[in-house]
Write a protein that binds this ligand. Structure first.
Ligand SMILES: [Fe+2]
Length: 264
């Protein structure tokens, strides 16, 4: 294989290959602000808050305004609101575009519905047990763009198992009987990497590595989005184009080629 990558691409290539993820500063501040302003506006409307309040405060402390029993419906209605706004998805892409270009490609499909996680402190009702998306039918060609709206650290964040460790457990999967996710977590607990990421940064990770979260033991709520991207012509898993993914950056030669007909 030849390697014609530029230095900047090679650096990201190396980091992503070694760690299975990269965390990057967001240069497109306008897009980030669009996303955060939109969410804060939706929250204020839902909880009927009229006064001006610091954005970081309301996001970090939303558990003081919404009860745990209402959390899932609150979350789902926000997901509905953001996904009916086409601009929201385009800003989400713009934030990660420079890095996706290097990690995934520049002719991409994007998940049609962006997902949102809200993790209240000490809430065990919305946990994500250890899993790799590829174990349940996702294509290994998909990368996840994970965008926090608040600073995430310790148990307020998520964890990933580094590629080297992933390889080790995959080789011993049936031998060690790691067939239940809690057993698996206990097995990898000391090897996982807890992500430390601030608002203003974006995480792109390989969902073929085991990942998840635990009960958020910090005092603040975590807000994070996740959305998958893949190269338009890479192999698809259970998540199909048209149903789950939508082309977002199709090139003109591709568009022409799709309707190409050999002369009769
Ligand atoms: Fe996942």
């Amino acid at each position: 294989m030849a390697n014609f990558l530029y230095k900047e691409e090679q650096d990201i290539y190396n980091d992503f290959s070694k760690d299975g993820y990269v965390i990057k500063k967001i240069n497109n501040f306008n897009s980030l602000e669009y996303i955060r302003n939109k969410i804060v506006k939706i929250i204020k409307k839902k909880i009927n808050l009229k006064k001006n309040i610091d954005h970081q405060y309301i996001l970090n402390n939303v558990h003081k305004f919404v009860e745990v029993k209402d959390l899932n419906s609150f979350r789902l209605s926000i997901i509905n609101d953001i996904n009916s706004d086409t601009l929201f998805r385009s800003h989400y892409y713009k934030i990660s575009r420079p890095y996706l270009d290097h990690i995934v490609g520049n002719e991409l499909v994007m998940q049609i519905k962006i997902n949102l996680s809200i993790q209240f402190p000490n809430d065990d009702s919305s946990l994500l047990a250890t899993h790799a998306d590829t174990w349940s039918g996702d294509s290994p060609y998909e990368a996840v763009v994970w965008l926090p709206l608040v600073d995430c650290y310790k148990t307020k964040a998520m964890y990933l198992l580094p590629p080297k460790e992933t390889k080790k457990i995959q080789e011993n999967f049936s031998k060690k009987k790691l067939d239940n996710s809690e057993k698996l977590y206990r097995h990898i607990k000391k090897k996982v990497k807890w992500i430390d990421i601030d608002y203003g940064e974006v995480l792109i990770f390989d969902q073929a590595m085991p990942h998840g979260n635990r009960i958020n033991l910090e005092k603040e709520t975590r807000w994070s989005f996740n959305c998958r991207f893949k190269s338009l012509f890479s192999p698809y898993g259970d998540k199909k184009i048209g149903e789950f993914f939508q082309p977002i950056t199709m090139k003109p030669i591709t568009k022409k080629a799709i309707s190409f007909k050999f002369p009769k």
